[in-house]
Design a protein around this ligand. Structure first.
Ligand code: SF4
Length: 97
């Protein structure tokens, strides 16, 4: 990645740091809960919402999709039952459903 200024590079690195912290928090919560994953039905419902969202990046994470709001790989995060959308478009899955 090329930057046109040092400020641009610093802004980018701060944004990436926030993304890593956010994803680390999500992973910690998920592991603490026993690594629960959602059903295929819940996954399909969540990804349909993401694909319709203004923050969806279909080319992110080797074209598997990502969220530009939180920076997460949607393929991973959408399967985590304890995860939720950063702007509440979808929520944690209770009893994996
Ligand atoms: S996780 Fe939420 S904000 Fe991110 S792309 Fe999906 S619906 Fe949009």
């Amino acid at each position: 990645m090329r930057f046109s200024s040092k400020e641009e590079m610093l802004l980018y690195s701060e944004a990436k740091k926030r993304e890593f912290i956010s994803f680390g928090r999500d992973i910690g919560k998920w592991v603490s809960a026993g690594i629960p994953v959602v059903s295929e039905e819940v996954f399909n419902s969540r990804i349909a919402i993401c694909k319709d969202c203004e923050f969806w990046n279909k080319d992110g994470f080797a074209k598997t999709g990502s969220c530009t709001k939180c920076g997460c790989s949607t393929q991973a995060k959408l399967r985590m039952a304890t995860a939720k959308c950063p702007i509440d478009k979808w929520t944690e899955a209770k009893n994996n459903s």
